[in-house]
Design a protein around this ligand. Structure first.
Ligand code: GLN
Length: 531
């Protein structure tokens, strides 16, 4: 008989945003380093059907999986911490669960029964969790939000039921709680955490592990108090103070024994995790003595850095690899004008224009790309960053009305537009090109220099493409096609002629970067910026 899958459910209490996703990802990192085959899944209590429609300025980056799902940014943490590629099934969002139940109801699949949250909605959730777990030794499931949130109740009930179905020896619950610091008495307080455990118990779940987040390390007194009131053994209460880098968290959790506690609890017989390679990466990441490379990121959602999380992580990882600290300067694209571009970007060692949608800030991005082309500054264009570079090159060559039809649907020079022959063929979700597509790298280009390969798969999320009617003019404009779809019909990458480093991708290479395995696209850019 096949060994049963071991489930680890990660829930949170007291506050959201204290690092439940990082904790879940770190547990995955540790168990994978124990030689186990681990999968991970995020359940989000929003009524959206996917994360594609969420405002990134509010909710952070939309992470894209290889198979084209638009998901929560926590999946990005999972991929980076566990060095795995997740699938659509790793994202379970209430709206998609509800849609499935309602579609089944309309199709008559419930045979006249009253359709209810329990068992119909919970059964769909259980089904999605168990399907995603198939073939793995361990399956980690993070429930978004905090325990007791009205919207998350169906997920909590589903994991409670599932733990009974699979047997308690095959399911462990990790509760991430927060210990506030009271300045007046200079102490950490455990009461909110006790209450959070009570909330969880009230829903029928007894936690096996408590991860106690706090500003500073929790001392023995507070751990023993928490142990007494929460009914969790002291060795299963892991104090997790603030870290200087999120990548330190697996090391801290490992040192404090979470791997062993979970292995014992779930009868996982494996050697201890060896995190020495990870440790070396963290040393590079936290070394403040390295020379600084200044990178200007010209973008429009600047109120929330999470919007470009994977870009940020990919640039940093490239810096650690190259022995430099990357200092990111966020530049509001809407503030850039032809008059001030020099003073704004002059001091940077390189310019990045990341992805984006809509008109806002695009003119500033075109000006930044034009500046990088003319001043021979290292430039990295990601998706929209490629499109504005093509527009800038075309305008500089005299096509002054060059634009994307996303910005100006009536432009006489639509250098970026939707491809008629692509409709229906390339589009997956709605009209967007989503997920992995191959690019054939053109010899002698910057893309060939950095990737050192003849082709590469990158993840896409866009609607507009380089208009092939203008492709023959590229070399006159000073740019070149550096990557093409296998059938030659779509431009995947461009670079610039006679330029130290100017590389753009229609895809989002940031999703393939790992903290300990920086992606060539970013590594090449930081190498050039360093010079
Ligand atoms: N808005 C552009 C498009 O849809 C670029 C998208 C992006 O940068 N992800 O093609």
């Amino acid at each position: 008989m096949a060994k049963p899958v071991k489930y680890i459910f990660v829930v949170g209490g007291v506050l959201s945003g204290v690092g439940k996703g990082i904790t879940a990802a770190s547990i995955g990192n540790i168990l994978k380093a124990r030689g186990l085959k681990v999968n991970i899944q995020k359940c989000d209590p929003y009524l959206n059907v996917d994360a594609g429609t969420l405002n990134p300025g509010e909710h952070g980056e939309c992470f894209v999986t290889v198979d084209g799902a638009e998901t929560d940014l926590d999946l990005g943490h999972y991929e980076r911490f566990m060095d795995i590629e997740l699938k659509r099934s790793s994202a379970v969002i209430s709206g998609s669960v509800m849609s499935e139940v309602i579609a089944d109801e309309r199709a008559g699949k419930y045979l006249g029964k009253t359709v209810q949250i329990i068992p119909h909605v919970t059964n769909v959730i259980i089904d999605r969790i168990t399907k995603a777990a198939e073939g793995f030794d361990v399956h980690i499931v993070e429930i978004g939000g905090t325990v007791g949130d009205y919207e998350g109740l169906a997920f909590i009930e589903a994991i409670r039921e599932l733990s009974v179905q699979v047997g308690r020896e095959n399911a462990a619950f990790v509760h991430v709680v927060y210990l506030p610091y009271l300045g007046a008495s200079k102490e950490l307080k455990s009461k909110p955490a006790q209450n959070a455990v009570k909330d969880l118990r009230g829903l029928g779940i007894v936690p096996d592990v408590l991860v106690a987040r706090s500003e500073e390390d929790a001392d023995e007194d507070i751990i023993s108090k928490l142990s007494l009131f929460a009914g969790v053994p002291e060795q299963a209460i892991i104090s997790l103070p603030n870290a200087s880098s999120i990548y330190e968290v697996p090391l801290t959790l490992q040192k404090r024994g979470i791997g062993q506690v979970l292995a014992d609890r779930l009868n996982l017989e494996t050697p201890k995790a060896n995190l020495s390679e990870w440790q070396t990466m963290v040393e590079h990441a936290t070394d403040q003595s390295k020379p600084v490379v200044h990178v200007g990121v010209v973008a429009k959602y600047l109120n929330n850095e999470d919007t470009y999380m994977s870009v940020f992580e990919a640039l940093n990882a490239a810096g650690w690899d190259q022995g430099v600290q990357v200092d990111l300067e966020w530049v509001d694209a809407e503030e850039i004008t032809k008059e001030n571009v020099e003073s704004v970007l002059d001091k940077t060692d390189g310019i990045v224009v990341p992805g984006g949608f809509g008109e806002r800030g695009v003119e500033g991005m075109v000006i930044a790309a034009d500046y990088a082309l003319k001043q021979k500054k290292p430039y990295l264009g990601i998706c929209l960053g490629l499109q504005v570079a093509v527009i800038a090159a075309a305008r500089a060559a005299g096509l002054t009305d060059a634009n994307s039809t996303e910005i100006d649907s009536k432009t006489a020079s639509p250098v970026i537009s939707t491809m008629e022959d692509q409709k229906g063929k390339e589009a997956t979700g709605g009209t967007m090109r989503l997920g992995n597509y191959e690019a054939i790298i053109q010899k002698g280009t910057t893309a060939a220099d950095v990737y050192k390969a003849s082709s590469v798969q990158e993840r896409h999320r866009h609607r507009y493409e380089c208009n092939n009617d203008f492709r023959d003019s590229y070399e006159d404009w000073g740019i070149r096609v550096a990557g093409l779809s296998p059938d030659g019909s779509l431009v995947e990458m461009i670079d610039a002629i006679d330029h130290p480093f100017f590389l753009c991708s229609q895809a989002h290479p940031e999703f393939n970067s790992r903290p300990n395995r920086p992606w060539p696209f970013f590594k090449g850019f930081i190498e050039a910026a360093k010079k």
